[in-house]
Design a protein around this ligand. Structure first.
Ligand SMILES: [Ca+2]
Ligand SMILES: [Ca+2]
Length: 400
């Protein structure tokens, strides 16, 4: 597997271009093909499919536990690094600095969930340089401008090629994407296939399927975006995807070891701060936070850097490959890791052979009953060729 470098603006970018008439096939490795083949064989006839990585069916976590209680976050040192000029549209300056990346085992705390989050430890020091970052998740309106300018076609809009899935019935080789489809009654949370469906015709223009539309949702985050779709947008915009270290530094808003972008309480003074899930997952969505599904951007208070919806609403792609041992290898007891960009290859013991990139922040489907990755420092992951109706992204930009 070759590491894909996310283009830096002004370096590899040559302006608008059509990136993937064959790109889906180029990036669709054997692992992804297996996943999609699984979807074609299993999902389409039954309307059930494998979701992107972070909601993969639970596998017993045998990773040795870090002595979380003895690990301390070191106070965040924000660099005295003023903004290098006027902010690009809808971006803010993150001065960079040195902070402790990762999270403690959240089990047992309110809203902490039941996952130990071992892949987010050891907590260790990281230094990132300054950068600009989008204040919101990329919206349908923003993505529409990109598509209008380039005629770009997302992976979810391209039918799988028969040669990539030998033996698959032609009727199963249809373009589509994965949509949250809740069951009618409570179900055990051990099988995610009960609430995900591969929906033919679902894509960014039709988030819930062919009958749905984004016409009245232009200020909603774009979804059904595969990793290379996000990279293509970022390249066109003269931006790039953040590393997970940059994403986490920005999301913490200069605080130290905070549970949430806004602080330590999930609902301070009873105020909802993010779009997540309330009620019995996945069957009952009480929407006490105001939204059953995705919310338009900017519905909740921003963090101290002015970033909206870093926790919740939609997951956000980051540039790094996923490995559960990244932090174990990255930690240096003497010096901070400087501008880490992740491992050279992907590995997820839950699905060996499936290439996955980092996703951060959780979504409107996150709940302590199943996935509490709205907690800062936690790490998600997604198969690179798969979009979903709760996965989007935001971009960063380097100084010129
Ligand atoms: Ca909600
Ligand atoms: Ca988000």
């Amino acid at each position: 597997m070759t590491k894909q470098k996310t283009p830096k603006p002004g370096k590899n970018s040559t302006g608008p271009k059509i990136l993937h008439s064959t790109g889906a096939q180029i990036t669709m490795g054997i692992g992804a093909a297996v996943l999609l083949w699984f979807c074609c064989r299993i999902a389409l006839p039954t309307k059930k499919s494998s979701p992107p990585g972070q909601n993969i069916a639970p596998v017993k976590d045998n990773t040795p536990q870090t002595q979380a209680s003895t690990v301390a976050f070191k106070k965040t040192k924000v660099a005295s690094n003023p903004a290098p000029g006027k902010p690009p549209d809808e971006m803010v300056w993150i001065p960079g600095g040195t902070f402790s990346i990762g999270c403690l085992d959240p089990r047992g705390i309110p809203h902490g969930g039941d996952k130990p989050m071992t892949d987010a430890r050891p907590i260790h020091s990281v230094t990132v340089d300054g950068f600009w970052i989008d204040t919101t998740e990329v919206t349908n309106q923003q993505f529409s401008k990109f598509v209008e300018a380039t005629n770009y076609v997302t992976i979810a809009e391209i039918p799988p090629r028969p040669e990539d899935f030998p033996g698959a019935p032609p009727e199963n080789l249809v373009a589509g994407s994965i949509v949250f489809t809740p069951p009618d009654q409570p179900v055990p949370l051990s099988n995610h296939l009960q609430w995900w469906a591969y929906v033919p015709g679902a894509n960014w223009r039709h988030p819930l399927g062919p009958e749905s539309t984004i016409i009245d949702k232009l200020d909603y985050p774009v979804v059904h975006i595969a990793f290379e779709d996000a990279v293509a947008y970022a390249d066109w915009a003269g931006k790039r995807l953040p590393t997970e270290a940059e994403w986490e530094f920005a999301s913490r808003g200069g605080l130290t070891g905070n549970m949430y972008p806004w602080g330590e309480e999930f609902c301070p003074n009873g105020k909802w701060m993010a779009n997540t899930w309330q009620g019995q997952f996945p069957v009952q969505n009480t929407a006490e936070d105001g939204f059953v599904g995705i919310a338009p951007v900017r519905q909740y208070s921003p963090n101290a850097y002015g970033l909206f919806d870093v926790s919740g609403n939609v997951w956000e792609w980051c540039a790094d490959w996923y490995r559960p041992d990244t932090y174990q290898k990255q930690r240096n007891d003497e010096l901070p890791s400087v501008n880490p960009s992740g491992p050279d290859t992907s590995f997820d013991p839950q699905e060996p052979g499936i290439a996955k990139r980092i996703q951060r922040g959780g979504s409107f489907l996150c709940t302590a009953q199943y996935c509490s990755r709205y907690i800062l420092g936690t790490r998600g992951k997604g198969e690179v060729s798969s979009g979903c109706n709760h996965v989007g992204f935001r971009c960063v930009q380097d100084t010129q």
